[in-house]
Design a protein around this ligand. Structure first.
Ligand SMILES: NC(=O)C1=CN([C@@H]2O[C@H](COP(=O)(O)OP(=O)(O)OC[C@H]3O[C@@H](n4cnc5c(N)ncnc54)[C@H](OP(=O)(O)O)[C@@H]3O)[C@@H](O)[C@H]2O)C=CC1
Ligand SMILES: CC(C)(CO)C(=O)C(=O)O
Length: 290
């Protein structure tokens, strides 16, 4: 399978490196200074705060080639509009792995319904200069598979092939029949979480402010209540059902955990803030406008 990874930030770089190491025919699309650094050093990976940096010589491109079987897109929500037209002109199925609450139609209208798949990268990390500091797998992240789905929820041969390909590179992937509801549930949770973390100045600072955690939980509950479908995964229903005091305690613990600290939450950037704003707009848009 000839694979293009579009977007050479944290998630795209890590995914491309793992695919290359697993022997797949993969190239990584980058731009600007990131392109220069990748051409010079390959993808540089370090586990959390560890001192060891591994270089993986993934082939890098500035422009898409032709004849891809699959293009995996790891960019931020607000960056999607700018790449859709160029993706429309490149051959291959297109799998978006990102925060997205605007529904599949907004994407398929430009690139074609039959080419589209959606997913979410549950692997996490931060950029440290040119080095990707990825989160070690832990008891929480091992339970959360990378969900990948067809827009209409079917389990197709191509979906099964893609899930299997992710697994060969060590990603715990699974076919998700309700991918749009999964992404909207995640956005309902992620927007208040990300905005509260950014306002506080980091996950650990937020953990020490129970009032702010309560405010964040209140917004998550509002978002979940406004959804047209039950939450996916169903476990998110607990955010509405369990007592506030218990959930505040759980969130304060989570915010100090390696899962939160070694994720994009701990690296506020203009791109992260812009992404949250766009995701909030997508959540607020009425169903018919999506
Ligand atoms: N990091 C994490 O821990 C997690 C992230 N996610 C989600 O996954 C998605 C990807 O996140 P992440 O990898 O962290 O994001 P990053 O900001 O690290 O990476 C995005 C990359 O895409 C590049 N890019 C954007 N537009 C273009 C373009 N038109 N042409 C070429 N390159 C482009 C950016 O380049 P440039 O810098 O030049 O703009 C950047 O290198 C997001 O939705 C995020 O919320 C989900 C779970 C965890
Ligand atoms: C930690 C969290 C909830 C926010 O980025 C996440 O989605 C992840 O890193 O997988």
């Amino acid at each position: 399978m000839k694979l293009l990874v579009y977007g050479a930030g944290v998630c795209g770089s890590l995914f491309a490196a793992r695919m290359h190491e697993a022997g797949h025919d993969v190239s990584l699309l980058a731009r600007g200074e990131r392109l220069t650094a990748l051409r010079r050093n390959g993808v540089q990976l370090a586990e959390e705060d560890g001192p060891a940096v591994k270089r993986v010589p993934v082939p890098v491109v500035e422009h898409p080639d032709s004849g891809y079987d699959l293009i995996t897109v790891f960019i931020r929500t607000h960056q999607v509009d700018a790449v859709l037209e160029s993706l429309a002109g490149v051959q291959g199925d297109v799998l978006f792995l990102l925060n997205w609450a605007a529904g599949p139609e907004a994407l398929s209208a430009v690139i074609g319904h039959e080419r589209l798949l959606l997913g979410f990268p549950t692997t996490g990390g931060t950029m440290d200069g040119d080095v990707v500091r990825y989160r070690k797998s832990n008891v929480i992240t091992r339970r959360v598979a990378v969900p990948i789905g067809e827009p209409d929820g079917r389990t197709t041969p191509r979906l099964e092939r893609i899930v299997e390909m992710f697994r060969t590179a060590g990603f715990n992937a699974k076919a998700e029949p309700q991918m749009d509801a999964w992404l909207r549930t995640h956005a309902a949770f992620e927007v208040p979480l990300g905005q509260a973390v950014h306002a506080a100045g980091g996950p650990v600072v937020l953990a020490d402010d129970p009032d702010a955690v309560r405010g964040m939980l209140h917004l998550m509950r509002q978002n979940l209540a406004a959804m047209e479908t039950p939450p996916v995964p169903r476990a998110f229903a607990a955010l509405r059902a369990l007592p506030q005091g218990l959930l505040v305690a759980v969130f304060r613990r989570f915010l100090k955990s390696p899962t939160a600290v070694h994720s994009g939450l701990d690296a506020p950037s203009p791109a992260a803030a812009a992404e949250l704003r766009r995701l909030a707009e997508q959540l607020r848009a009425p169903a018919g406008g999506r």
